[in-house]
Design a protein around this ligand. Structure first.
Ligand SMILES: [Zn+2]
Length: 114
């Protein structure tokens, strides 16, 4: 993933939210990143600090919440967590017919303004 582009999108959403609510300052932005979204926290924080300078979000905190990758097995129907290193197989029956149902998402969860 490209953290610079992502951070620009986050900031746009936050600024839009602040404008709609007549806010003077953005205090905190929380994003949700799936474990497989490939987002590097440090890069995101770096770009956030850089891009928010001289905006309403100057000095705002960026909170990144990670959610685990979850698969659903097409053979036995079980759902379970997987990690980035694994080949995706069902944790219960080892079937390869699994569907990733969480883990690649990336979105702005909440924005705190004043
Ligand atoms: Zn299974």
């Amino acid at each position: 993933m490209h953290e610079l582009g992502l951070t620009q999108s986050i900031l746009e959403i936050a600024l839009e939210h602040a404008a709609k609510n007549g806010a003077e300052r953005i205090l905190k932005v929380k994003v949700v990143a799936g474990d497989l979204a490939g987002v590097i926290d440090e890069s995101l924080q770096f770009y956030f600090e850089y891009l928010t300078r001289d905006t309403l979000a100057d000095g705002a905190g960026l909170v990144i919440e990670h959610v685990p990758a979850v698969i659903k097995c097409g053979a036995c129907g079980v759902t379970g967590r997987v990690t980035q290193q694994q080949v995706f197989t069902c944790p219960q029956c080892d079937a390869l017919a699994v569907e990733l149902i969480a883990g690649r998402e990336f979105y702005v969860d909440s924005i705190e303004v004043e």
